[in-house]
Write a protein that binds this ligand. Structure first.
Ligand code: FMN
Length: 156
């Protein structure tokens, strides 16, 4: 089974989690591929005036894990726009995670990951799970490990 791990990462945190996830998932049971959504480098985070430079296709994946940062208590606009422009996700199992700086999931984490989930459901996906990774120093390691453990346990 082919799993696509598709992330947008502005400063590299979400990408770091995605790399660890790929290491765990890529093996006998699954073949995991990590791809990045990217935009022109001059665009500032949170502003809508960006141009995509890479929008990974999803049709060849059986299941997909989407990852993105929280920006201004919401899902990063780049990931929101990327998900909205995708074709149907019908029949695909999906999981979503976000990374965020502030401790406590209610400072944008739950809202952002639910935005991802809702867009995926609106495209026909079967959303198996969601995770919020808190990047503040005291919680980071445990939060990353929980995310990876919970996502890798899902029955894609
Ligand atoms: C423009 C901007 C807005 C942000 N807003 C929030 C926020 O509302 N809540 C939060 O917890 N972290 C916020 N952060 C921190 C990022 O979510 C956090 O550092 C995340 O892990 C970055 O992921 P990345 O390195 O993959 O881009 C913000 C960061 C930026 C650049």
């Amino acid at each position: 089974m082919n799993i696509g791990i598709i992330v947008y990462s502005h400063t590299g945190n979400t990408y770091t989690v995605a790399q660890k996830l790929k290491e765990i998932l890529d093996g006998e049971k699954y073949s995991a591929t990590l791809e990045q959504v990217s935009i022109n480098s001059e665009a500032k985070p949170g502003e809508g005036n960006f141009k995509f430079t890479n929008t990974p296709a999803v049709d060849h994946y059986d299941a997909i894990i989407f990852g993105a940062p929280v920006h201004a208590f919401s899902l990063a606009t780049v990931m929101k726009s990327y998900l909205e422009q995708l074709p149907s996700l019908s029949g695909k199992n999906v999981a979503c995670f976000v990374t965020k700086q502030l401790p406590l999931t209610w400072t944008g984490g739950n809202r952002a990951v639910n935005q991802m989930k809702d867009i995926c459901i609106s495209k026909g996906a079967n959303v198996l799970g969601t995770e919020v990774v808190i990047w503040s120093k005291s919680s980071r390691e445990q939060s990353i490990n929980n995310c990876i453990e919970n996502l890798s346990k899902l029955n894609f």
